[in-house]
Design a protein around this ligand. Sequence first.
Ligand SMILES: [Mg+2]
Length: 502
Amino acid sequence: MRSAPTILHLDMDAFFAAAEQAAKPSLRGKPVVVGGLGVRGVVATASYEARRFGVHSAMPMAQARRLCPNAAYLVPRFSLYRSVSDQVMELLGRLSPLVEPLSLDEAFVDLEAGGTAHDAHSAREAGERLRRDILEATRLTGSVGLAGSKMLAKIGSEQAKPDGLVLIEPGTERELLGPMPVRTLPGVGPATGEHLRRAGMTTVAELAEAGEDELVRFLGKSHGAAIHRMAMGYDDRPVVAERDAKSVSVEDTFDVDLHDRVRIRTEVERLADRCVRRLRGSGHSGRTIVLKVRRFDFSTLTRSETLRGPTDDPAVVREAAARLLEAVDTTGGVRLLGVGVSGLADYTQEDLFAQAAAGESRDDEADTGPAREPAGEEPQEHQETPAPAERRWSAGQDVRHAEHGAGWVQGSGLGRVTVRFEEPWSVMPGRVRTFAVDDPDLEPSEPLPLVRQPPDQSSCPASRPKSRSPAGPVAGPGFPAASSEAEGGEVGFSGGAGRSRP
Ligand SMILES: [Mg+2]
């Protein structure tokens, strides 16, 4: 806990949805929902316009469609998000060597370690300058929290949303935290939150008043003590530059040992879902599913299973974790359960397109395995039209037409595909045209950058034009139109995911 608010937390506002709105002028100011469009799809990000209808991240897509039938429902375009994320993370890297990314669009920065700020004034200036630089480079807004600790910096950015900056003066932490719900604190998940609520503690102030001994009795020694410190506003966790998270895991400690097999299984499923959310949040999929069980006598077992290919499908992770659980004797009771995924791979756009296509064509059919086939090689037996190589077009996908140029798929069905022809820098919403799905003039293409590249840079598309000089202009770094290198390139961060928090 430092005495100056020099820990910065950046969180881009409705990142995936905002990127889509920046890329597609016709969607600006309109509800946009990005996520898996298949039957089992969930919302990755909803634009603020869609949130007004109650749509939020991790909600089943079917529910989102009921709440907000008029939103644009789009598949994620991770190669675009990753390129924008690279630009943002590069700007953060100019502020300090200590940047701790939590996901594609969220990171802590230790401004003091970078010599960028030493007090409230210089921290606020750095934060405002960062927000301007991000807007200029990406045309997207991000919110900034500044505080003397990570916990409060993150609370600050949450309060600042959207498009704002909140600085929490050291010394005001307890006053600020007091009325907040217990779930605000890192380490208080749904289970712990519910447990505390039953004990009559719903606000952080009530936790602080309960005292450490009481919380240790409720939550166990380390968890209880940690939560008490957080409730008092003490958070000494350093900003850690973490280059490669090798795994993502979550775990829960139970204050009362679990004996009921059904309950244990339910908890494992819940953990699997949480783990997948974190996995997706970091832009990864993984091959090895790990189950951790600490039994009544503190003996701890880990069991793992490696799948044929990487997955980020909650059903697959749930099933694998359940299989692993079958082989563990829990008769004496269970104190702790954890689910993790390791062997991480970056998402590829192909994975997601295949996933969307798989969800559409396979409906409720049980997943036979996590290996994703390219859309064109999906089993054909369920398709009404047995056309061997019918092309699939997913809503939001980038296309190029020989005559009409760059556009994106608005919708597809009954052998037709509707395309809106517009570019991120189009002044007016573009025109819509409909084609046969197999129109030879229409082909999938790579995302356009959100900021148009100046003509002098477009002549060398092979290099990734990043502005390295700290004083140099950051406008229009863009990325090559052919962004296959972005797929293969180093992500450069993926941290935060490796930590396991109760
Ligand atoms: Mg965000």
